[in-house]
Write a protein that binds this ligand. Structure first.
Ligand SMILES: Cc1ncc(C[n+]2csc(CCOP(=O)(O)OP(=O)(O)O)c2C)c(N)n1
Ligand SMILES: [Mg+2]
Length: 1051
């Protein structure tokens, strides 16, 4: 096509000129504006005549070039003549019957004149003029939004550019006022004619202006589907299509009244409280309600929403219909009746099931709780939505959908928006279309969009996924409602993302106690002079006889009364309850459960053997399914291990997954290259070597009635994908969801999800998750960036008190788990991996699991487990004691080394080499958080004459050292309690949440004083402090290893 264009240009115009640019008069005056930024959008670079007409001409030209006799004689003559610089077109005789929107060729001529068609050739001018009209229509479709009146304040241009594209100026196409009454045939790519097939130029322009340049500016012509473009054109261009019925108008008014009334009620009652009100975009509430009504009508039963601070309380009150007293108590500064640290009111989530009165259907609405970090909730919402669709069997997203709300500055600025959008079409991540609504108040805190984004619109990110973007003036309620209906229908029809950009303003400062005049004096002067939309719309409807003044007042008064009554009820409350704000209730999960009972994690040997064999077998139709020779070898060696009752890392994992699947637990493993495994050890998807996309997943074929297994390579994103999997894990506690980082260090591009949601989500929002993170970790001489999963960061965020040795009892371990914010572990055996994964489900509650996973241990001959360690009666080992010669004569042991992770194998090999196994005991701390005080105390006591050492391969300021040191001190000192009773009480607050409350007597410490006598201290052996995680030199790496191994084994 490019080549064809170049040739056409050579024939039809001077070099460098765009194809069909001859339609535009050169040197036509354009409006210039020195303050305007010039930008480069793809649309601006497109030849504007690239619709069906130009396509057709180009096709003809190509065909003619290849073989002049292959085209109609008239085209042949046209191209010949054009090439020679003369006029050329001969009208081809029409053979086909007339189609929709087509008119006879006679209509190509001015109505006033007699048709010369029958008698002679059509003149070049007529052809040119018709093509020009087509170009104009197309230009409006492509660029009309640039001059639409989108800003209710009338001061800014939503695209940050005040220029009128010259393609929208009819005079630039050689038309004069005298041409305005000429009638032109309408092409099939427009619907402005309605039933008319031809219209005068004046009317064509009027209708285009109305459609594309009034209060709706739509970007859609970049969508590469003619069907979808036509779908939109039809719903925008058809005359009268935006008209609403009287009832619809009254409904908008009623909803707008509530939206406005809610904010003014809060402003009256709590004038100095931050609430991030919606004033200036009150239309958001009717807009969202319209999207929900229409979507419900089209079959949606559940909607998952994510939104920022702006208007959040209003959405909860008027969209979700959260009981007003619950909202109002949030302003009262009451203490929480339940436990947790809570969050500010404009971050809290909610979950409501109610009847949609408009559609008379039940609907479930969830607004996800979120941190202050703007847009972080986006992928979480997508994951939650996807999971709901999955568990409901809603494979096409017809029943569950998501709505995401955004601020203009955040939508344009935050990269996670892009990362989330890029998941929208991926088979294992799609939610089949999200409706995005931007509260585009044309400001971000104090920053003007001209200084906060480089893209023309704040919504440009959505273009990457071909989402149509509806910009709409938020002070025109009827236009807003029209695009909301369209957006909901679009989503239901095409199951793709769509954006509604509500161009509005912010009546107050960033929050209600902020002064906007400091930074936006002109804008705010204008805002002060702007009537609220409710007032404008009421006046409009009163003037149109749709409502009376009394009715308007009555609706307002009635809502005020509702608020007052709720306020009175709220005043009687003495406590708030965090549980009222939970966004993902797990009904039936906690009820009737002993909160301290962990189900067994060992399984019968038959299960291990069955899973092992299936996992080691080629596809059942092996004769036709050609697998790679290397895979054949891997399967064979797996089978041998199974026969020898041994599991390596991959088998241990497969057995954990397989046994959970057998028990009906859905397992989902997601991340970059997880299907094969970054280190080529997993191979959960076998690929046919000669047939594209033919794959076999052994773990999906273990048992006929097993739960589904999902393993999916993700997009190359951490923030987006980790957020997604977190959202996924929030939906169903009966699923093991795992996100694997390619290398552990990459998690830090998703740090926000870790800090703001994983480590603190339960404390803030009473929301649990059992999400597991696999973070490949270990110093293997591969340089600074593939060595460390930054274990120290996770440990620093762990909420177990270093100075507090909890009372010892039989349920010590589960109580600790109960009270902790997450679990951090670094397993050294496949059996322990097997158990810790299964324990995620066996626990009566859910905690995130942060697992440092190995690289070299995946193939280490000693990092293997016997089936004996996985069968019934076995369990996860928080600590693995020394099992060698040292443990046989503990009194003779001179050094007791504690360590975690793969350094254990380096240590044992160095000790063996020196033949000092009897003198040094090595104990592995497999679970770092919660810290196994009880077991470590036993280990210390067991070796009374040994010096105690912590050995790690990480640098001293990294790894686990700073976490373990104070905890070992506490361990050695026995039960140490340096805090007040109050603080101690708060340590058990999760316990209170789940039944076994603090009313029950706490188990008495058994050995409170016994170990107080241990005066030993723990010392450090490992790499010295460093700024970087690891050296880039392999030689240096080995040198460091040898040095600290020498230290560790020195007696
Ligand atoms: C990731 C992140 N960075 C910075 C902030 C601080 N912040 C809070 S609101 C805000 C402005 C947001 O502007 P916009 O997205 O347009 O929403 P608006 O407040 O205008 O509704 C900023 C910068 C934040 N909350 N999150
Ligand atoms: Mg804003």
């Amino acid at each position: 096509m490019h080549r064809a264009r170049a040739l056409v240009t050579t024939v039809l115009g001077p070099p460098g000129q765009k194809f069909a640019a001859w339609l535009i008069v050169k040197n036509a005056p354009t409006i210039s504006c020195t303050q305007c930024r010039h930008y480069n959008v793809p649309a601006a670079a497109e030849p504007f005549l690239n619709g069906s007409s130009s396509q057709y001409v180009e096709d003809m030209y190509n065909a003619w070039l290849a073989d002049p006799s292959s085209v109609h004689a008239s085209w042949d003559s046209f191209f010949r003549n054009s090439a020679q610089g003369g006029p050329g077109y001969q009208s081809p005789p029409s053979l086909a019957p007339l189609g929709r929107n087509e008119i006879p060729a006679t209509a190509l001529f001015p109505m006033a004149g007699a048709s010369p068609l029958a008698s002679g050739p059509i003149s070049d001018k007529i052809i040119d003029d018709h093509l020009a009209v087509q170009a104009i229509i197309r230009s409006y479709q492509i660029r009309g939004h640039h001059i639409a009146k989108l800003d209710p304040l009338g001061i800014n241009s939503a695209d940050l550019d005040d220029q009128t594209p010259q393609e929208l100026v009819y005079k630039n196409y050689n038309f004069e006022e005298s041409d305005m009454d000429r009638v032109f045939k309408l092409p099939s790519t427009t619907f402005i004619g309605g039933k008319e097939k031809a219209l005068p130029l004046r009317e064509i322009l009027r209708r285009l202006e109305l459609t594309y340049c009034r209060h709706i500016g739509v970007e859609f012509m970049f969508i590469n589907s003619l069907e979808q473009c036509n779908w939109i054109r039809q719903r925008l261009e058809t005359p009268g299509i935006t008209e609403l019925s009287v009832d619809q108008k009254r409904l908008i008014l009623a909803r707008l009244t509530r939206s406005t009334g809610f904010e003014s009620f809060l402003a009256r009652k709590w004038s100095s409280e931050k609430r991030f009100g919606l004033e200036g975009c009150e239309i958001l509430i009717p807009a969202m309600k319209t999207v929900i009504d229409k979507s419900t009508e089209l079959g949606v039963e559940s909607i998952v929403m994510g939104m920022p601070h702006r208007g959040r309380l209003n959405v909860l009150a008027n969209v979700c219909r959260k009981p007003l007293p619950q909202l109002f108590t949030q302003f009262a500064g009451l203490q929480a009746a339940d436990d947790g640290s809570g969050d500010v009111k404009y971050h809290l989530g909610t979950y409501i099931e109610r009847l949609n009165r408009v559609t008379n259907k039940n609907i479930r609405l969830a607004v996800c709780a979120n941190p202050s970090h703007l847009e972080t909730v986006d992928p979480v919402v997508q994951g939650k939505t996807r999971a709901e669709q999955f568990y409901r069997g809603d494979g096409e997203g017809k029943k569950v959908m998501s709505i995401l709300l955004h601020g203009d500055a955040a939508f344009a600025g935050q990269g996670v928006v892009f990362e989330t959008m890029h998941l929208s079409e991926l088979p294992d991540y799609t939610t089949h279309g999200t409706i995005h609504i931007v509260v585009n108040n044309q400001i971000g805190f104090t920053t003007d969009p001209r200084f906060s984004r480089s893209s023309p619109y704040c919504t440009d990110v959505a273009r990457v996924v071909n989402a149509p973007i509806f910009h709409v003036n938020a002070d025109d309620p009827e236009s807003v409602i029209h695009v909301c209906n369209m957006a909901a229908e679009w989503r239901a029809t095409f199951h793709k993302d769509v954006v509604i950009d509500l161009v509005c303003y912010r009546r107050n400062g960033h929050n209600e106690i902020d002064e906007p005049m400091f930074t936006q004096p002109l804008m705010y002067r204008k805002i002060k002079a702007t009537k609220p939309v409710l007032q404008k719309y009421s006046e409009q409807l009163i003037a149109g006889g749709i409502v009376t003044e009394e009715e308007v007042k009555d609706v307002k008064d009635r809502y005020d009364k509702i608020c007052e009554e709720a306020f009175e009820r709220a005043r009687q409350e003495t406590h708030i309850k965090y549980k009222d704000w939970i966004d993902s209730p797990w009904s039936g999960f906690f009820e009737g459960k002993d909160p301290l009972k962990v189900n067994p994690t060992g399984v019968i040997e038959d299960t291990l053997v069955h899973i092992g064999k299936r996992f080691s077998s080629p596809p059942p139709n092996a004769a036709e399914f050609i697998i790679h020779k290397g895979i054949e070898r891997i399967l064979k060696s797996r089978m041998e291990m199974v026969e020898n009752r041994i599991a390596d890392w991959a088998l241990g994992e497969a057995m954990a997954f397989g046994s959970l699947l057998k028990e009906g637990v859905h397992v989902r493993l997601s991340g970059q290259d997880v299907e094969r495994g970054t280190f080529s050890h997993r191979h959960h998807v076998l690929h046919h070597q000669t047939v594209d996309k033919a794959t076999y997943r052994p773990l999906c074929n273990l048992y006929p009635d097993q739960a589904p297994y999902t393993v999916c390579n993700s997009s190359l994103s951490e923030y987006g994908v980790l957020g997604f999997e977190l959202g996924y894990s929030m939906t169903n506690p009966n699923a093991l969801v795992i996100w694997e980082a390619q290398f552990g260090d990459f998690f830090n591009t998703a740090q926000c999800i870790v800090d703001q949601l994983l480590s603190s989500g339960q404390a803030k929002w009473v929301r649990q998750t059992g999400l597991a993170l696999y973070l490949p970790h270990g110093m293997e001489g591969q340089g600074p960036e593939h060595s460390s999963a930054r274990l120290e960061r996770f440990l620093q965020m762990s909420s177990d008190d270093p100075d507090y040795f909890p009372p010892e009892s039989d349920d010590f371990a589960v109580r600790q788990l109960h009270d902790i914010n997450w679990i951090v572990a670094n397993c050294t055996t496949p059996a322990n991996l097997f158990h810790i994964l299964r324990r995620q489900i066996a626990l009566p509650f859910r905690k995130p699991l942060i697992l440092m996973t190995p690289k070299s241990l995946l193939r280490h001959p000693e990092a293997r487990s016997s089936f004996d360690d996985m069968i019934e009666g076995t369990e996860f080992k928080r600590v693995i004691p020394d099992q060698g010669a040292a443990s046989k004569n503990p009194d003779g042991v001179q050094k007791l080394i504690f360590c975690t992770g793969k350094v254990y194998y380096d240590l044992t090999s160095a000790i063996k080499e020196k033949n000092i196994e009897e003198k040094i005991a090595v104990v592995r701390v497999e679970q770092l958080t919660p810290f196994p005080f009880d077991l470590l105390k036993q280990e210390c006591n067991k070796y009374p004459n040994a010096n105690i050492v912590w050995c790690q391969e990480e640098h001293k300021n990294q790894g686990a050292w700073t976490y373990v040191e104070p905890r070992f001190e506490t361990t050695l000192a026995g039960q140490r309690d340096i805090v007040s009773n109050n603080t101690r009480e708060s340590r058990g607050w999760f316990s209170k949440l789940f039944g076994k409350s603090t009313n029950e007597p706490k188990p008495q410490p058994k050995e409170q004083t016994e170990s107080m006598s241990d005066t030993r201290v723990i010392s450090y052996v490992g790499r010295p402090v460093a700024a970087s995680t690891a050296t880039g030199s392999k030689a240096q790496h080995l040198k460091e290893l040898a040095a600290f191994m020498a230290d560790a084994t020195r007696l």
